[in-house]
Design a binder for this molecule. Structure first.
Ligand code: NAD
Length: 296
């Protein structure tokens, strides 16, 4: 029987992910605070709901793709929290990037109600979300991870089980700290080369074939007009917002403090993104960190 999926959170990532589920013939019911995001999914064949509680009615799987942990906790555990009313057979997959402790708190509340839940944050950005080639980094019981695999495969290419509940979020935050560091480094190198009169396109090709090669250079160049179809070539619109990267770097520093890990570059990256955010760039894509460097 076709699985019925309730999808909550249809932003830059969730909208594409829900569309990929429809392409694989899942029945999908969606909810987002943003009406135009819902209209776009309706056009693609989804059913729409007036609130999260109605969206999850009769669902086999609930997927959430929301901005932060406070919103995720409120969705599942708040006054109208979903886990109070749903069937014990439902599988919850939270793909938002949130603190590991928040993910564990939701998983524990689910467990107390006999409901299966995994944390399954993603990597790959909006292009991978659209292409259905995301990497899913999961935490939770092995049986729940196995149960989630078919649905996750409809939206992603690489699906990892990082460990127990919260482990997906830990791995994701480590990855995003590294992403911020190499994005800033890439922007610094391209900016310096350009200020020396070099063509950023040529610089990029040189570094891609040299030891500075990295993901930001390969698929997400921060310098405008080096690469088509990336936020840098579209006035830094869409993509992964500075607000969200700043949140993730904050989570990385909380994690570092808890585990006593030395993350000096992560700390500096967190500061740089905070400065950029405070300067009014919160809604721009995170590769716009280049513009902060160009101001100085
Ligand atoms: P986004 O801000 O574009 O989308 C979030 C959506 O959630 C919005 O449409 C918003 O209206 C909706 N929303 C907020 N509160 C809600 C509520 N209470 N009920 C229903 N809908 C609600 O964010 P995004 O870029 O899609 O990111 C979503 C999550 O994925 C974040 O945790 C982010 O850190 C993570 N992430 C993003 C990227 C990326 O490249 N954008 C990559 C990997 C992970």
């Amino acid at each position: 029987m076709t699985q019925h999926i309730a999808f909550i959170g249809l932003g830059n990532m969730g909208g594409h992910m829900a569309k990929n589920l429809l392409k694989k013939d899942f029945r999908v019911t969606v909810y987002d605070l943003n009406k135009s995001a819902m209209a776009s999914l309706k056009e693609a064949g989804a059913e729409t709901a007036d609130n999260a509680q109605s969206a999850v009615k009769d669902a086999d799987v609930i997927i959430s793709m929301l901005p932060n942990g406070a919103i995720v906790k409120s969705l599942y555990m708040g006054a109208k929290g979903l886990i109070k009313d749903i069937s014990k057979d439902v599988l919850i997959i939270d793909s938002s990037t949130i603190a590991a402790d928040d993910a564990r708190a939701v998983a524990k509340a689910c467990q107390q109600q006999g409901i299966a839940m995994i944390d399954a944050p993603v990597s790959g950005g909006t292009a991978a979300a659209e292409a259905g080639t995301l990497t899913f980094i999961c935490g939770g019981e092995a049986a729940h991870f196995e149960a989630a695999k078919t649905v996750l495969s409809a939206m992603g290419r690489h699906i990892f089980h990082a460990g127990a509940s919260g482990a997906g979020q830990v791995a994701k935050i480590c990855n995003n700290m590294l992403l911020a560091i190499h994005m800033i480094g890439t922007a610094e190198a391209l900016n310096m080369g350009a200020q020396q009169g070099l063509d950023p396109k040529v610089m990029s090709e040189i570094m891609k074939a040299s030891s500075g090669n990295n993901w930001s250079l390969q698929v997400y160049n921060p310098y405008p007009d080096v690469m088509p179809h990336v936020p840098a070539s579209n006035d830094y619109q869409g993509g992964f917002m500075v607000d969200l990267m700043s949140k993730d770097l904050g989570l990385s520093q909380e994690l570092a403090a808890k585990s006593g890990s030395a993350t000096p570059l992560g700390a500096l990256a967190a500061q740089l993104y905070q400065i950029h955010q405070a300067g009014g760039a919160g809604g721009k894509d995170f590769s716009s960190i280049l513009q902060l460097l160009q101001k100085h």
